[in-house]
Write a protein of this length. Structure first.
Length: 131
């Protein structure tokens, strides 16, 4: 992925919350190492000609330790699956978890995000796109 300042729907950009970045090291039976990481992300998409705000995660597995969240994002090149969506807001309807507390947390981010389209939400870093 690479970071860009300009928001373009065609590039399918993501903004990430660096405070949520986690990484785990795994060692195979053969002794090789891999690093599994994930970070909370938000993004805009169009559904039925309507702009929606989404929240979820980006994740990956690398065979080298890339340091922090920026290193792992920079080395992440497999964008075929996109982000795992946990919740989506279209200005009227919410799709996602039925857990009320989690839904409220999602909407605290998604409502102002959609209202201020295409700004990066506070606390997030963006926009990140796949090469």
């Amino acid at each position: 992925m690479h970071r860009t300042e300009a928001f373009k729907f065609s590039q399918r950009p993501y903004a990430v919350d660096p405070a949520t970045f986690t990484v785990e090291t795994h060692t195979s039976i053969q002794g090789t190492h891999s690093w599994c990481w994930e970070v909370t992300a938000v993004w805009f998409r169009r559904r039925r000609r309507t702009t929606v705000a989404c929240i979820g995660r980006l994740w990956g597995r690398q065979t080298v330790d890339c340091g922090g969240w920026e290193g792992f994002l920079t080395e992440h090149t497999d964008g075929r699956y996109g982000g795992d969506c946990w919740g989506r807001w279209d200005g009227t309807n919410y799709w996602g978890t039925q857990n009320l507390a989690v839904m409220q947390e999602h909407l605290k981010i998604l409502r102002p995000m959609l209202d201020q389209f295409p700004a990066v939400p506070p606390g997030f870093d963006g926009w990140w796109t796949f090469h």
